[in-house]
Write a protein that binds this ligand. Sequence first.
Ligand code: NAP
Length: 174
Amino acid sequence: MSDIKTLIIVAVSRNGVIGRDGDMPWRLSTDLKRFKALSMGKPLVMGRKTFESVGSKPLPGRPHVIVSRTATLHMPGVETAATVEEGLRRARALAGETGVDAICVVGGGEIYRQTLALADELHVTHVETDLDGDTHFPDIDPEMFELVEEMSIPAGEKDNYATRYAIYRRRTGR
Ligand SMILES: NC(=O)c1ccc[n+]([C@@H]2O[C@H](COP(=O)([O-])OP(=O)(O)OC[C@H]3O[C@@H](n4cnc5c(N)ncnc54)[C@H](OP(=O)(O)O)[C@@H]3O)[C@@H](O)[C@H]2O)c1
């Protein structure tokens, strides 16, 4: 069994929205800083549409594995994988090579849906509002994931909303 954990990192509104028109429907500077600190150095797995939503440029300091049935990317630090399973495998291999203990699945909706059942930990920023959107995160099954940490974060100057950062861990034996 692998010692490398699979983390899902997501920001989700009360009504399950994570995206609208190819972007996130909020600005949350405090959360972006936390995302950066948590993911730094760890391989990221993301869908082709999410990669496009961040400008088709890799985030510094983190190897990227982009899942796409069609795209092939030629840029330093970015690989493509033709299936989600291959993407996770490749990210784990990269983590093994660099000696980090986790990989991060960072969206979007299609990729979250296909990886939720495989994740060890969910790092969820609950955005304290209901919003319209076209991309959603699946419901978190409390029988499968246990809430292990929770912190309320008031909206800072550069945040649209207050948030609640929660960590869920897969219950053992599942
Ligand atoms: N709130 C958050 O935390 C958060 C995080 C990330 C993204 N988002 C938002 O989520 C939205 C994007 O999500 P999305 O669901 O539209 O797209 P996505 O999951 O980012 O990417 C979908 C693409 O991934 C590829 N793909 C999916 N399943 C595959 C499989 N089994 N095998 C091979 N390739 C596969 C396909 O690429 P090809 O079409 O190239 O084959 C598909 O079109 C945006 O609005 C973004 O801002 C929000």
